[in-house]
Design a protein around this ligand. Sequence first.
Ligand code: NZQ
Ligand code: ZN
Length: 392
Amino acid sequence: MINFSYHAPTKIIFGEDSELQCAQLLRECGAHKVLVHYGGSSALRSGLLHRVCQCLQDARLPYVTLGGVKPNPRLSKVKEGIALAKEEEVDFILALGGGSVLDSAKAIAYGCVNEGDLWDYYTRKKTITGSLPVGTIATIAAAGSEMSNSSVITNEEGWLKRGLSTPYGYCRFAILNPSLTATLPLYQTMSGCTDILMHTMERYFTNEPAMELTDEIAEALMRTVMKHARILLHKPQDLASRSEILWASELSHNGVSGDRTLGDWACHQLEHELSGMFDVAHGAGLAAIWASWARSVMDVNPKRFAQYAKNVMQVAEGKDDTETALAGIAATESFFKEIGMPTCIRELGISLSDAQIDELSEKCTFFHTRTIGGFKKLDYEDIRQIYRKARS
Ligand code: NZQ
Ligand code: ZN
């Protein structure tokens, strides 16, 4: 038996034209003035921003807008948002976009309520005590921030990327219309699918006693994501597959496929430093690292990797768990290649020098103050070795 807690307070509205319910949902949440936050240009190009603003105008709900969030969202934009939100006295933040826009919205919501330099909260010097309410209309199936309590922000000073999970980090509602994700470029779609897979893998690779039901959910989720990623590779407009992937992105990061606190998360820590320093797409960064991590830690519990190999990658049983586990890792690499994801850092277009590996490793250990990983604890030297193995 394991002990765990489960908390998923976000109201989900899923389906065609669901974004048209945004004003009603905002009213239900007691919003009087809304900051509508969005990214570079996709919300403008798709007409989503226009439709949402029209809904708010029709409902006579005052709003201001702030666009320009970049992938791997920046602290400077967050600070701009906090200043605007305070000046305009908004009492609700509505994010239109992916994980980057939503994480930026969550950070603005924290900054409106918690005094002082927001970065002190992301670096654990201070503790968040509240937040403005946040809601979202998702346009990409990937990070799962819609149902997680996390926000991941990059500070341009030092290019440090840090995640913050708090009891106040949940959205009040998340509107999920799979059609809105159909305009995503293929690379971004597959990067999202990889991130979804990885949110379940990070939970699955644990040495805690297994719960059969949780394992079955996790394995089904991973198989389903792989199946529909393959369909989208050839039919990117397939709405049924877009729906499966979008719902999987939520279930992968809302605790249903495993308690996050019992998981591993080393790949995420390794990747956050990569995307902080080199601005790569998060899911692609995970794909570039995963196999090097897996081969480095597999010996701790080859049985678990063998179970993954058989039940998720559907490889034949080898002569022992180690052989089966290695076949499962190789099959995962082949899957990443098939969907156009990198399987090493060079394939991200980055030629890492030894000095850069040292810098990444230092940042990843928070400058020699922590280890990472629950499946196997990794220290500075272990982390360096994984980056080295993942380099070429
Ligand atoms: O800026 P725009 O023009 O909107 O373009 C975006 C962006 O370039 C584009 N895009 C989004 N929806 C689109 C679209 N393009 C066409 N059609 C659409 N419908 O996609 C690009 C990537 O967007 P982004 O929001 O960065 O992607 P994603 O959702 O993968 O978010 C990644 C961020 O989330 C963090 C990552 O570290 C990264 O910073 N994560 C957040 C988590 C959380 N809060 O729980 C957990 C994750 O593990 C992850 O760390
Ligand atoms: Zn992720």
